[in-house]
Design a protein around this ligand. Structure first.
Ligand code: CDP
Ligand code: MG
Length: 714
């Protein structure tokens, strides 16, 4: 008998939970009101609103959980900051935070999500004409600036979690500084002169007139109100933001922090999953009530820890099995994400398995114990090799402190660091801003599309390395996005409009010329989601066999297309005779039978429909190459020539541009075939350098299709 899964259980028990039944709506409302009033920030509501009124730029620093993200937008709405018709925008580095917080705030306001309170993330917009408080990712606001350089619909923009210093946050800060200046200038000029420059700083095709390196021109004054800018951060050091905004005022919101006991291991841990499991069960069996928060590095690790917890629970006596697991990570469907916020039923303990999303972005109530292996998945970039990869690194001291702080929000807590105390001393103080360790091509392309041609001299809060900028300009040039004069080309402008990485945008444009855009849209959608294939350790053989029925001898790209098409065909057939819900349910079953991750597939289907709309709007030709696989493979070579590799006598591969020696990842359908020449999309470093999402090509195609790069190499 399989044990009761957490999901089954939660459905039944929450149904009986006093605050969840339909009839008890008012009790829930009252409880929320009471929770809101008891937040540390509630005591300073009036003062905060005054500060915003008196300062165009304000920095608000406050401990995680004090109520910044959920409350401040509501205070400002109440304080009349939307009266001029503008709205309040709040940016988050993470999608999950944007979604969960928007849901919470709409509930606090007692309105359906998408009306007064909404959210927008890439590929998903849950806002309407009624939306006044809009949560979104920082990347999304950057994209909005492409269409509306003055961000005219916002009266207030709050850059939340600024301490995270994501690449998008950093670029956004620079951009917002410009927008704010331009908008206040509009107003002062409107007072002094009655000018009517109807150009708005825009060329007639919607591009920004960029004679001024992106400095926005004074605009049609009557249209714009001043922009209030609020930078919110959980790190106590506000100096860097204050200095960047010309000595902007910073205020501190007092948090509530109880003491947290920190425990370290005596010896270094070699298997961190095992160490985490032992610690979870030790807490569960020996410590008093209180939920456990475990920091893990990503979806795969979370799923395997969850599985192992259930396995071990089955071996415990019935009375010790009252432990429920709740994962939270970015690609988790949002109804599941919300479950972590529900209180555990009486007698049960929750274990929340989270990525570093739970470090500062979302505050989960009820946590008393934190398990911190001290690791985080981070983007790194090797400018010499031109390689951008996600690798697991140790956290900084600041991150470790944030993590332990999560245990002391509601009372004294305990934090178990799965490393030695001496190791903590060796951690860096804080994390390097992402802009210093990332491939910048996407950012450079976006900035250029915003009219900022001289990216090297852009007023960044912290300047990225010059080589990293030069390298991105070089790869954008090779992709045809910038000209020899370093200007954005027409293709580059088209690429910037697509919500994708430049190489993927370029692939769509190339595919429309090759006549295989239908296939490439599927391919790009599938490449944009995490792990389509589900290969549990105990069923590795079965999952490999299932994959064989979709495998293409040409490589992983066509294999992904095959999976998508098989799933779509199955869905359409079912949808003809059944309701959409039923067809979706059968599709989930089909996925399970075929060892395909149904959530990732659903995400890919959503992305597909969105980018299909995008390319149709751009007027690209959406045709299929039908059975002409050769044509599609040639198109892959024409699109992904920046990442090609050639087989070496020993069976390893040499990346053509960087000279890096890599292996084909065992998950690839070409792992054994080892063709002479390949293109790939992803490079991962573990004990070896592996390439993933690999397809077979002919080296001569590179010479023919990317002569600007390959003609020279012979
Ligand atoms: O932004 P900050 O870390 O200062 O706090 P917040 O995210 O506004 O959270 C304030 C409170 O709202 C916390 O005590 C959370 O427990 C609660 N909250 C919740 O119950 N459900 C959510 N989806 C989000 C927040
Ligand atoms: Mg927050």
């Amino acid at each position: 008998m399989p044990s009761m899964s957490a999901n089954n259980f939660s459905r039944n028990s929450y149904h009986n939970h006093p605050n969840q039944t339909k009839g008890d709506f008012f009790a829930r409302k009252q409880k929320i009101e009471q929770q809101r009033k008891s937040l540390p920030i509630a005591a300073v509501e009036r003062r905060l609103v005054e500060e915003v009124r008196n300062n165009d730029t304000l920095i608000i620093v406050g401990e995680t959980g004090s109520g910044k993200t959920t409350q401040i937008p509501q205070y400002l709405f109440k304080g009349g900051f939307c009266r001029d018709g503008g709205i309040i925008g709040i940016t988050q580095p993470r999608r999950v935070a944007a979604i969960t917080v928007a849901k919470r705030v709409s509930e606090e306001c007692g309105v359906p999500l998408g009306q007064k309170v909404g959210y927008a993330i890439r590929f998903e917009d849950v806002t309407s004409g009624l939306t006044k408080i809009k949560y979104m990712t920082d990347g999304l606001l950057l994209r909005e600036a492409l269409l509306d350089p003055y961000l005219s619909k916002y009266s207030v923009i709050i850059v939340d979690e600024a301490h995270e210093r994501t690449i998008h946050t950093d670029v956004l800060l620079g951009l917002l500084k410009n927008v704010q200046k331009a908008r206040s200038k509009c107003i002062s000029e409107a007072v002094n002169t009655d000018h009517n420059n109807s150009n708005n700083g825009h060329a007639s095709d919607g591009r920004i007139d960029n004679q001024n390196n992106g400095i926005l021109k004074p605009c049609q004054a009557k249209k714009y109100n001043p922009l209030k800018l609020i930078i919110m951060s959980a790190s106590l050091d506000a100096r860097v933001f204050s200095e960047y905004f010309g000595g902007a005022r910073a205020v501190h919101v007092q948090g509530r922090q109880f003491p947290v006991d920190i425990f370290y291991t005596h010896k270094p841990e070699t298997d961190c999953i095992d160490a985490a499991l032992i610690t979870i069960f030790q807490i569960h069996l020996e410590e008093g009530p209180g939920d456990i928060l475990v920091f893990l590095t990503g979806q795969e690790e979370i799923e395997s820890v969850e599985r192992l917890i259930h396995e071990r629970l089955r071996q415990l006596p019935e009375c010790n099995r009252k432990l429920l697991t709740f994962p939270i990570y970015s690609s988790l469907p949002s109804e599941k994400q919300m479950k972590v916020f529900m209180p555990s039923p009486a007698g049960y303990r929750k274990v929340i398995l989270a990525t570093n999303i739970a470090e500062t972005s979302v505050t989960i109530p009820g946590i008393k114990y934190v398990v911190d292996p001290g690791l985080v998945k981070a983007r790194t970039y090797d400018p010499k090799m031109g390689v951008d990869s996600l690798i697991i690194v140790t956290t900084s001291k600041a991150q470790a402190l944030q993590r332990s702080g999560r245990a002391g929000r509601e009372g004294p807590g305990k934090c178990y660091r799965l490393y030695q105390e001496s190791f903590f001393e060796k951690l860096t103080d804080s994390t390097l801003p992402e802009i210093k360790r990332c491939d910048l091509s996407n950012v450079v392309l976006q900035l250029k599309a915003l009219g900022i041609d001289d990216v090297i001299n852009f007023d960044f809060i912290e300047k990225p390395d010059r080589t990293a900028i030069v390298n991105s300009l070089w790869s954008l040039y090779l992709l045809g996005a910038v000209t020899e004069e370093n200007k954005l080309s027409d293709v580059g402008y088209q690429m910037a409009k697509l919500p994708l990485d430049p190489v993927y945008s370029k692939a769509l444009i190339v595919a429309s010329q090759f006549g295989c855009l239908k296939e490439m849209l599927i391919c790009v959608a599938m490449l944009s989601v995490e792990s389509i294939f589900y290969a549990p350790r105990e069923k590795l053989e079965e999952s490999r066999n299932a994959l064989k029925s979709f495998a293409s001898p040409d490589g992983d790209h066509l294999t992904l297309v095959n999976v998508y098409r098989a799933a779509d065909e199955f869905f359409q057939k079912n949808n003809m005779v059944n309701s959409k819900e039923k067809a979706e349910k059968s599709l989930r079953k089909w996925c399970k039978d075929n060892y395909i991750n149904s959530r990732s597939l659903k995400h890919a289907r959503d992305i597909h429909s969105q980018i299909l709309r995008n390319v149709e709007q751009m007027g690209l030709r959406v045709t299929s190459c039908e059975d002409d696989m050769l044509l599609f493979c040639r198109c892959l070579a024409a699109a992904f020539f920046l990442k090609a590799a050639v087989k070496q006598p020993d069976g390893a591969y040499r990346v053509t541009l960087s000279g890096l020696i890599v292996q084909i990842h065992p998950s690839s359908v070409l792992f054994r075939a080892k063709p002479e020449c390949i293109i790939f999309n992803e490079l991962v470093h573990t004990n070896h350098s592996y390439v993933r999402n690999v397809s077979r090509i002919d080296y001569l195609w590179l010479v023919e299709l990317a002569p600007h790069l390959y003609a020279l190499q012979g």
